[in-house]
Design a protein. Structure first.
Lengths: 83, 245, 800
C-alpha cells in the first residue's frame, strides 16, 4: 500500500476545472482536501508505487488538469498484510 | 582493437585499469589544488624539482603527487556507520564549491584536473564507483554509464601544457543556484528532493560517504532514497505548464 | 489513529501546505520552513542553437533571463542527453558585448543611429540598385527568416541574389542526393544508428562534431550490443579510439577507396543483384559535368572499376589492400546492417558531388539501403542547413520545397503560391557564394557588379575560404556597402558599414530543420537586450519600405503587400512596426504559407500547431484519416514511407523517371593543389567539440572558452622534430594565399599523419581562412577547406 500526497493544479478556465473536479470526486482512490485558488491537495492510496505513478499520469491526462505535483510518498507494505 | 575497455573485464583487470587510467588518463595540472574535496587532511608530499626540459613530457601538479603515491591510494571513504558531523557552514562551503564548477545548477561539472585530450576517456577507472586517492575524492559519477565522457565534461583550464592562455570572456549570465535543501512537510519530515533527478539518479554520488561535508546523508546505509524523499515531477520533466507539452 | 490514518493525514497536511504555497507563492502560515525549490523557474522546449544534430533542450527562464538548461527527456534525437555546447547554450545570450543598437560607419567609426535611419539606408541600397543588392544568409537562419528573405529576393526584387553560408558546408551533399535520387535529403534517419551493426565514418569525427549521435552508438556497446565502428580518416581523432578499425588515407583518395569497394563487390558477385536490377540504373559523368550525367551499362561500369584493385587502391590511398577487402566483405554481407556517416570531410571537397555519389552508390549496389540500420546518412553542421537552406531553397538557384528557378514549371508553381503575376520570377540563378563575394571584392568597372551585401546570422569575414581575396578587398573599395545583422561584434560586423543588432535563439520565435528531416519549433521566452530585434522583422520592415517606395515587386498580382500578416479577424497587422510585431505569431503565418510548397516534392509539412506539440517531426508528415499527423522515418521504403507504394523501394523522384536511383562511376583524380617543394605540408581545417562555427557564441561562454581558449596548429611530432619546433612554440603557417601565426600543439586533441597539419577555424583572432583555398566542386560550388599546400616555419627572432 502506497500513500501519496499530491497537489492538482487546474487549468484557468472554470468550466475545465469543474469538469476535472467532478472526475476526481468519482475516484474512490482519492481523498480530496480543501482547494486553495486553483490548487487542490489530495491523498491517493494505491497498491504500490508503480500503480501510484500510473495514477498520477492518469490524473495528468484528465482534461482541465494543468499539472500534478507529487509532494510526498509513503510506503506501508504491511498495512494490507495477512494480519 | 588496441584500447582497453574497462569494467567488463572483471575485478582483477579493474585494478590494472585503475592504474592505467591513472597514469594515462588522469594526469595533472597546476591549478585547482584548493578546490579538491578533502576527506581528511593529508600532508603534502615533497615534490622533486624538475628541469624545464621535463616540462613538456612529465606530469606536474597535484595529481602528479597522487600518482607518486597511488599504492596507498586505493582506500575508500569513511565507513557507512561512521557518524556524520556537519554544519550549515559545511553545506554553504560545499555548495559554493559546486557552483565554481558549474555554469548553473544541473550543468555538467567541469573537470578539475588534466586529461588525455585524445584517448578514449578512462574516467570510469576512478569515477565509476568513486575513490579516495591521496586524500582527494574522485566522486562517483551521479548517472548511469556513458562512455564518451568528454561529450559533456570539459576541462576547467587550458588543456595545453605549454601555452599562453588568453583571458576568459566576460559574461553577464547568472545561472540557477543550487537550492539549500528540500521542503519538509513538518519539522523532522524527510525533505523532498529539491533538484532534478535526471543524470543525478545515484544519490550517493553527492550524498554518500564520499560526498562533501554539508551534503552527506546522515543515514548512508539506507539505499532506497526515493522511498522517503519525493522527487519533483516538474523538475524531472514529468509535468509541465509550458506551451509545448 | 491507526497507521494508515496517520499516513493519510500527514500526506494531506503536506499536500495542503504545498497547495497553499503554490497558490500564493509563499508558505502557508504554520510550521513550514524551507522555500519552494526553484519553483519560480519556467521551463519550455527549444532545439539547441548549435549543430545540425538538432537536440532539444529545456530552457529554464526566471525574470526574463535564461538561468538553466536541461536535456529534453521527450526528445527522440537526444533522449535526455546533450553535449557540452548544448548544456551551455543558454550562456550564448549573455556575452557582455551584445550588440544593442544599430550602428553606422561614419568617418571610419561605427556610431549609433536609430532603427528608422538604419532601415531607410538598407531600403535605399536595394531601391537604388536592386541588381547589385544581395543577401548572404545562413544555415542558422530560422525557417521563417530564410523564407522571408528568399521571398523578398526571388519575388520582391526578382534578382535571385541570395546565397547562404551553407553553400560552404553541405551543397555537395545536396548535389549528391539530387544526382543519385533526384531529390534532396537523406532517406534514413537517426533511428538507423540504433540498429546498425556496422557504422562507417567517412572523414568524419562525430565524437567531437555530432557528440550526441556518437554516444548514441557507443552507449549501445556499453549495453552489450555489438557494433563495429570503422574510422576512415586522415588524422587520429577522438573518434578513432572508439573504433575497431581506424584506416588512414591520403587526402582526396576517398574516391579510390569507394571505387575499390565497388570493384570487389562487382568482381566477386557479392553485390545485391536483385536490388540493383529492381531499383538502380548506372551513370557516368559528362564533360562538362552535370547532375544528370549519361547512362552507362553494367558492363561498362564494371570495366570502369576494373582499375581499382585492392592493390592499386592501396597505392593511391595508403589504406592496406586487406582493409579494402575487409570493407568489401562487410558490404557483401546482406544480413549485416551498415550505416555510413559523413559530413564536411566528403562535402568540403573539390570532388564533393562525386564522393557523395560513390558512397550512395556502394550502399545501393550492395542493397544496404532502406532497412532500419542500412543507410547512407549525410550529417549537417548547422542547426537548420536542411530546414532553412535546402528545404526553403535559400540558394541562388532555389525556390522553396525543392523547386528551382531554372525550370519554367517550377517558377509557375511558386508564382501561384505567392500570387504573383506570371513571369515575375527571374529564370537566371544568382551568384553562388564564392562568386558573390568575388564580385563584391572586385571594383565595379572590373566586373564587380555586386555593391551591397546584407549578411545575416553568419560570419563570412572568418568563414569564407581565402578571405584575403574574397572578403577583405571589398572593405576598401569605393561604393561597396556591407550590412550585417548579428548579435555580437563579430569580425564581419566590425568590418561592416551598417550593423543591425539582432535577437537570437529563444529571444524570438523560431523553427529549425535538422539533419534527419526533422522540423522543430520554439517560442520566444525572453526579450532581446536593448534595441536588438528579430531578423524576420528586419526583413519585413525593409520590404515594407520598398513597398512604400512603390517598388512593383513588393506587390502581389492583386496589388497587396507581399508579406500580408493578418489577425484572427483577417485584418492586416502592420508588423513592420516593431511595437506591433508580436501582436500575432508571424512565424506561424509565414510557415503556413511556406508549407504549401512542401507538397511538390513530397516533403509534406504538418501545420504549425503540430510542431508546437512535438519535439520535431520528420517529413514527409502526412495527415491520417483520423486527423492525426504521421512522420516518416525511412524514406522511399514501403514499410514506412506512404509515398512508396509500387515496390518495396520506390525512388519516386528518380532522375530517370523510372523509380530507380542512379549508381555513379567517378574516377579518382588528384586534388587541385598538392604539397610540393615550396609548400610541403597538407593543411586540413575543421572544428573541436567545445566550439561551434567561428566561435562567436561559444568563445563567449566561459566554460567552453576555458576548455579550449584559442586556436592551434596540430602537427605530427616527427614533423615538428624535423623542423626543430617545440610544443607550444608560435610558428608561421603559410600558403600561396596568406599566412598567420599560431601556437603549435603536439599530441593534443588529435594527431595528424606525417606531412599534414590541422587548424580549427573557431578562433576569430587566428583566422586560418587567410590560408585556405577557394577551389570548389564544379557542381555544388562548395570549396575545399580540407586540403591545400602550406609550409610551417619558425618565427624569426625580432631584431633588437
Ligand atoms: S551542439 Fe549539437 S550535439 Fe551538442 S547539444 Fe547542441 S545539437 Fe546536440
Amino acid at each position: 500500500m502506497t500513500v501519496s500526497g499530491l497537489v492538482i493544479t487546474f487549468m484557468d478556465t472554470p468550466e475545465a476545472a469543474s469538469f476535472a473536479l467532478a472526475r476526481l470526486h468519482e475516484d474512490a482512490r482519492l481523498l480530496l482536501g480543501e482547494p486553495v485558488a486553483n490548487r487542490l491537495p489530495i491523498v491517493a492510496e494505491t497498491a504500490d508505487a508503480t500503480s501510484g505513478e500510473t495514477l498520477v499520469r492518469e490524473l495528468e491526462s484528465i482534461a482541465g488538469i494543468a499539472r500534478v505535483d507529487v509532494i510526498s510518498i509513503d510506503f506501508a507494505e504491511d498495512l494490507d498484510g495477512p494480519a | 582493437m588496441s584500447r582497453v575497455r574497462g569494467i567488463e573485464v572483471g575485478l582483477a583487470a579493474a585494478v590494472a585499469i585503475a592504474v592505467i587510467g591513472f597514469v594515462t588518463g588522469v594526469t595533472t595540472t597546476g591549478h585547482e589544488v584548493s578546490a579538491y574535496v578533502s576527506v581528511r587532511p593529508v600532508p603534502r608530499p615533497e615534490v622533486a624539482a624538475r628541469g624545464y626540459a621535463d616540462m613538456r613530457t612529465r606530469s606536474y601538479g597535484p595529481n602528479a603527487e597522487a600518482q607518486a603515491q597511488w599504492f596507498g591510494a586505493l582506500a575508500t571513504g569513511p565507513a557507512i556507520s561512521e557518524p556524520v558531523v556537519q554544519s550549515e557552514a559545511d553545506r554553504a562551503a560545499a555548495l559554493a564549491r559546486r557552483a565554481e564548477r558549474r555554469a548553473y545548477d544541473g550543468a555538467p561539472p567541469t573537470i578539475p584536473h588534466d586529461i588525455d585530450q585524445l584517448a578514449v576517456p578512462s574516467c570510469l577507472a576512478c569515477h565509476a564507483e568513486g575513490k579516495v586517492i591521496a586524500g582527494m575524492v574522485a566522486p562517483r559519477m551521479s548517472h548511469a554509464r556513458h562512455d564518451s565522457c568528454v561529450q559533456c565534461h570539459v576541462v576547467a583550464a587550458d588543456p595545453r601544457r605549454v601555452a599562453q592562455t588568453p583571458p576568459a570572456p566576460e559574461t553577464v549570465f547568472v545561472g540557477l543556484e543550487s537550492v539549500r535543501g528540500g521542503e519538509r512537510a513538518w519539522p523532522g519530515a524527510p525533505p523532498t528532493i529539491p533538484h532534478s533527478t535526471r543524470m543525478r539518479e545515484r544519490c550517493d554520488a553527492c550524498h554518500g560517504t564520499l560526498g562533501a561535508l554539508g551534503m552527506r546523508s546522515t543515514h548512508p546505509w539506507r539505499q532506497s532514497c526515493v522511498q522517503c524523499h519525493a522527487p519533483s515531477a516538474a523538475l524531472d520533466q514529468r509535468t509541465t505548464t509550458s506551451r509545448s507539452p | 489513529m491507526d497507521r494508515r490514518e496517520f499516513l493519510r493525514t500527514s500526506a494531506l497536511a503536506a499536500a495542503s501546505a504545498a497547495a497553499y504555497r503554490m497558490a500564493h507563492g509563499q508558505p502557508a502560515p504554520g510550521p513550514r520552513t524551507t522555500p519552494a525549490p526553484n519553483g519560480d523557474v519556467r521551463w519550455d522546449k527549444a532545439p539547441c542553437r548549435f549543430c545540425g544534430t538538432g537536440c532539444h533542450v529545456q530552457v529554464g527562464v526566471r525574470n526574463d533571463k535564461v538561468v538553466a538548461i536541461a536535456a529534453d527527456e521527450k526528445a527522440e534525437v537526444n533522449k535526455g542527453l546533450l553535449c557540452v555546447k548544448g548544456y551551455h547554450v543558454g550562456l550564448a545570450l549573455y556575452g557582455k558585448d551584445r550588440l544593442t543598437r544599430p550602428l553606422l560607419r561614419r568617418n571610419g567609426k561605427l556610431e549609433p543611429i536609430s532603427w528608422e535611419e538604419a532601415l531607410d539606408i538598407v531600403a535605399k541600397r536595394a531601391f537604388d540598385n536592386p541588381a547589385g543588392f544581395a543577401i548572404y544568409g545562413s544555415g542558422q537562419w530560422t525557417i521563417p527568416e530564410g523564407y522571408a528573405a528568399n521571398k523578398l529576393i526571388k519575388a520582391g526584387l526578382a534578382t535571385n541574389q541570395i546565397d547562404p553560408n551553407a553553400r560552404l558546408c553541405m551543397s555537395s551533399a545536396v548535389t549528391g542526393f539530387l544526382s543519385t535520387y533526384g531529390v534532396d535529403e537523406p532517406a534514413g534517419c537517426y533511428d538507423d544508428l540504433d540498429k546498425a551493426d556496422v557504422v562507417i565514418m567517412w572523414g568524419n569525427n562525430p565524437a567531437e562534431m555530432h557528440p550526441v549521435l556518437f554516444s548514441r552508438i557507443v552507449d549501445r556497446r556499453s549495453r552489450g550490443e555489438k557494433v563495429t565502428l570503422i574510422d576512415l580518416t586522415t588524422r587520429r581523432t577522438r573518434t578513432s579510439g572508439f573504433c575497431q578499425h581506424t584506416l588512414f588515407f591520403k587526402p582526396n583518395s576517398d574516391l579510390a577507396i569507394a571505387n575499390g569497394i565497388a570493384h570487389l563487390l562487382v568482381e566477386r558477385g557479392t553485390f545485391d543483384k536483385a536490388f540493383v536490377d529492381a531499383y538502380c540504373n548506372f551513370r557516368q559523368r559528362t564533360e562538362p559535368p552535370t547532375l544528370d550525367g549519361q547512362a552507362m551499362t553494367f558492363e561498362a561500369y564494371r570495366r570502369a572499376l576494373a582499375d581499382y584493385t585492392p592493390e592499386k587502391v592501396e597505392a593511391i590511398s595508403g589504406v592496406a589492400a586487406a582493409d579494402i577487402r575487409m570493407l568489401a566483405d562487410l558490404f557483401g554481407k546482406r544480413d549485416l546492417r551498415i550505416t555510413s556517416l559523413w559530413c564536411m570531410g566528403m562535402n568540403q571537397h573539390t570532388r564533393g558531388t562525386a564522393i557523395n555519389d560513390l558512397v550512395h552508390g556502394i550502399h545501393l549496389l550492395s542493397g544496404h539501403f532502406g532497412r532500419p540500420g542500412d543507410a547512407p546518412t549525410s550529417l549537417t553542421g548547422q542547426p537548420s542547413a536542411c530546414g532553412t537552406v535546402r528545404e526553403v531553397g535559400t540558394l541562388a538557384h532555389g525556390l522553396p520545397g525543392g523547386l528551382v528557378v531554372t525550370k519554367p514549371e517550377h517558377r509557375k508553381e511558386a508564382e501561384a503560391v505567392w500570387n504573383l503575376p506570371a513571369g515575375r520570377i527571374n529564370a537566371k540563378p544568382g551568384y553562388h557564394t564564392v562568386e558573390l563575394w568575388k564580385r563584391f571584392s572586385t571594383p565595379k568597372d572590373k566586373g564587380g557588379d555586386i555593391d551591397t551585401i546584407w549578411v545575416m546570422v553568419t560570419n563570412p569575414a572568418r568563414s569564407l575560404p581565402n578571405i584575403n581575396q574574397l572578403f577583405e578587398p571589398s572593405r576598401s573599395l569605393p561604393g561597396k556597402f556591407l550590412i550585417v545583422s548579428d548579435v555580437y561584434p563579430t569580425a564581419t560586423a566590425m568590418a561592416a558599414d551598417l550593423v543591425l543588432p539582432s535577437a537570437m535563439w529563444v529571444e524570438k520565435n523560431g523553427m529549425f530543420g535538422n539533419s534527419e528531416r526533422r522540423t522543430q519549433q520554439w517560442f520566444r521566452m525572453v526579450r532581446p537586450p536593448g534595441e536588438a530585434r528579430d531578423d524576420t522583422w528586419q526583413l519585413l520592415a525593409v520590404a515594407r519600405r520598398l513597398f512604400d517606395r512603390g517598388v512593383p515587386g513588393l506587390k502581389d498580382k492583386d496589388g497587396q503587400f507581399l508579406f500580408r500578416i493578418r489577425d484572427a479577424a483577417g485584418a492586416e497587422v502592420p508588423v513592420w512596426d516593431w511595437k506591433r510585431y508580436y501582436d500575432v505569431n508571424v512565424d506561424e503565418q509565414l510557415f503556413e504559407e511556406y508549407r504549401k510548397f512542401s507538397r511538390f516534392k513530397h516533403k509534406d509539412l504538418a501545420p504549425y500547431s503540430e510542431y508546437v506539440k512535438a519535439r520535431g517531426l520528420r517529413w514527409p508528415v502526412v495527415e491520417q484519416p483520423d486527423g492525426t499527423w504521421r512522420e516518416t522515418r525511412f524514406r522511399f521504403a514501403r514499410h514506412d514511407d506512404p509515398y512508396a507504394k509500387k515496390a518495396d523501394i520506390q525512388f519516386y523522384h528518380s532522375v530517370t523517371k523510372d523509380d530507380r536511383a542512379l549508381i555513379w562511376f567517378h574516377p579518382y583524380e588528384p586534388p587541385p593543389e598538392s604539397p610540393d617543394r615550396d609548400y610541403p605540408l597538407w593543411l586540413c581545417t575543421g572544428r573541436v567539440i567545445e566550439h561551434w562555427h567561428t566561435g562567436t557564441m561559444t568563445m563567449r561562454i566561459p566554460q567552453l572558452q576555458r576548455a579550449m581558449p584559442e586556436s592551434y596548429l596540430e602537427m605530427n611530432r616527427e614533423d615538428a622534430k624535423a623542423l626543430g619546433i617545440a610544443d607550444g612554440e608560435v610558428v608561421i603557417v603559410e600558403s600561396r594565399r596568406g599566412k598567420i601565426e599560431l601556437p603549435v600543439w603536439i599530441d593534443g586533441r588529435a594527431q595528424p599523419a606525417r606531412g599534414s597539419v590541422f587548424v580549427p577555424f573557431f578562433d576569430e583572432r587566428l583566422a586560418i581562412n587567410r590560408v585556405t583555398l577557394e577551389a570548389h566542386d564544379p557542381l555544388s560550388k562548395q570549396p575545399d577547406y580540407k586540403k591545400c599546400a602550406v609550409r610551417v616555419r619558425k618565427k624569426e627572432r625580432q631584431p633588437r
